[in-house]
Ligand binder design. Structure first.
Ligand code: GDP
Length: 296
């Protein structure tokens, strides 16, 4: 699971703080320096780290904290609150359109986990009592349609595709018509990914966006790529506008830098996290639970 190393380091820092009893400003500054190093080692964006530490310092070196009966505990509490804030405060839920079908457009680079996540999300939305439809718009990777059909059948969600079409915009439009005729109230469009962000990819995504007018554009990024994931999120957000992030492969991410930076850098919430390859391994993202996990 993510954050082991960060979690261990923070626990060491806090153990020292708690054992001291009375704290001076110097003690707090020294502890925060260690917190800063631990965050940088966890691959958290350096600007994010700086403003995070500055905020904590401002709150923690005041008389109220230092002269309290349990200053160590107070500092830990402040770090905990600021961690929650950093990750977006509260859970950010998917929104549904008042005029069904609600369209979610899944975007991201190849290999991030887009197709798998589309299937997982379809399965969860079905469990909410809705009638989702998956749409295969990745026309470049020959196995992509088949892969979506496989995950679709595993979660019992139908997949719309046009086998020999190379026109993702046409497929997306046809899928919407199909969904309306079949009373599918949620449409999840799985788009193509590439190895790098390029103009062709972005243009195609923009065309699909204007054709289907998604309720939400959900960016799927691989947590294991750390700051690269954050840069990808920044680029997609600037060029396309995203509504939320789904952070996959958190199960294999020992550092946690992407999870801690993405919200602050893009101002867009993490909505779900992927915690494994199985279809049930997609969970809503709760900033408070994540912060508690990090602090142990
Ligand atoms: P796409 O190219 O973005 O559509 O990526 P895929 O959906 O094909 O996923 C690429 C690989 O990542 C597959 O082997 C998935 O099983 C795997 N994967 C996706 N999400 C997760 C996750 O949360 N945890 C783990 N461990 N593997 C994942």
């Amino acid at each position: 699971m993510a954050f082991e190393s960060l979690s261990d380091k923070l626990q060491d820092v806090f153990k020292k703080l708690k054992s001291k009893g009375k704290l001076t400003e110097k003690d707090v500054t020294a502890a925060l320096r260690e917190v800063k190093l631990a965050l940088l080692e966890a691959d958290v964006n350096f600007k994010v780290v700086k403003s995070f530490i500055d905020k904590i310092k401002e709150r923690a070196v005041g008389q109220e904290v230092l002269e309290s009966l349990t200053p160590g505990q107070q500092v830990i509490k402040i770090v905990h609150e600021e961690l929650i804030d950093l990750m977006g405060s509260t859970q950010s839920k998917l929104t549904f359109s008042s005029m069904p079908p609600t369209v979610y457009m899944m975007v991201g680079l190849q290999g991030a986990g887009k197709t798998t996540t589309s299937g997982k999300l379809g399965g969860q939305i079905k469990k909410m009592g809705k009638k989702p439809l998956l749409v295969a718009c990745d026309v470049y990777r020959p196995a992509a349609i088949k892969q979506l059909q496989v995950v679709g059948s595993q979660v019992g969600v139908p997949v719309f595709s046009i086998e020999d079409s190379k026109q993702p915009v046409e497929i997306a439009k046809a899928a919407l018509e199909y969904a309306k005729a079949n009373h599918n109230d949620v449409v999840i469009v799985d788009t193509a990914g590439r190895l790098h962000i390029d103009e062709k990819l972005m243009n195609e995504l923009e065309e699909i966006k204007s054709a289907v007018k998604p309720q939400e554009i959900l960016l799927v990024v691989d947590a294991m790529t750390g700051q690269d994931a954050v840069n990808v999120a920044e680029s997609f957000n600037e060029k396309l506008g995203i509504d939320g992030v789904i952070l996959t492969k958190l199960d294999g991410d020992t550092r946690g830098g992407a999870a801690l930076s993405v919200r602050s850098v893009t101002q867009k919430p993490i909505k779900y996290v992927g915690l494994g390859e199985k279809l049930e391994d997609l969970q809503p993202f709760y900033p408070d639970r994540m912060a508690s996990r990090i602090l142990g």
